[in-house]
Design a binder for this molecule. Sequence first.
Ligand code: GTQ
Length: 349
Amino acid sequence: MSLTEKPVETPERKAFYEKIDRKSLTPLWSVLSGLITPEPRSACVAHGWKFDEIKTYMIEAGGLITAKEAERRVLILENPGLRGQSRITTSLYAGLQLVMPGEVAPAHRHSQSALRFVLDGDGAHTAVDGERTIMHFGDFVITPPGAWHDHGNHTSEPMIWLDGLDIPMISFFDASFAEGHPKDEQPIFRKAGDSLARYGANMLPVDFQTRKKSSPIFNYPYERSREALEQLRRQAEWDPCHGLKLRYVNPVDGDFAMPTIAAFLQLLPKDVSTSAYRSTDATVFVAVEGSGQSTIDGEVFEWGPKDIFVAPSWKWITHTPSSDAVLFSFSDRSAQEKLGLWREDRGNH
Ligand code: GTQ
């Protein structure tokens, strides 16, 4: 038996396979090389989406269906290697969501964890577990599993953000539960800013305890995250592969903000190409500021503000910004680390 080669199919063997097939049996030696591979082998491919192009389609969708009728008016970013499966990577879902002025995307809750990364418009809100947060460009907003959430837009501009959910992971485990709230908008019983004050000031309420695995902060304002990167720039301890890269954390335990999805913000200096690295967490990148190009698995993707691109597991990645650039990214690294699976290969860096 071999991990990489299939034994030949003699007529006797083939007849045997057909016979046992009727009894729901399959010989391991005919499938093993595709099951336990020497390195990750993914149907997920590298791909990029231009925000301006998608925005046109989003606005067109805005004229076709309301947020209420759609439940969520989202155009799913489907990986070209995984069409029809609502996946941007093997384990993650992503989409662009539009809430038009005056609209509400009705309250619901589900087992899936969600993140939002705000891209276009300013001042719409999301309500999570009784608190509203106003969303601004670059804010990282989370919706933990089981938390009621609804979105509303009281501004005069369309609001668009990127949704990232662990939908494929939850499907894999057959662990999906969901329900709608009796009201379009959930009751609000906390002032805006309450959770950030309680949990987001490097402090916690003195007797705070929780069994929840997601961060109690549900909006990580861009202003703060960006400022942290700017301060770090003065120290100039650039990582050859990642520039200055920070991860969003759950202040209660220092883990990622959500148990299944990891999220990051990184600063890359103008005209410095990062060293190639590959890791087991297929990653969705969003260019937040600046422009440049990234080479993934030998293919070049150009990006500017709000463009989105995806890198599959274990494919070499380098970034070459043509101006100072900020990238937001998310992946399943949070889940992989808990399972002892995550690996990174930095070449010799
Ligand atoms: O905003 O709750 O893109 O439930 C997909 C499913 C967004 C949401 C999506 C959802 C949501």
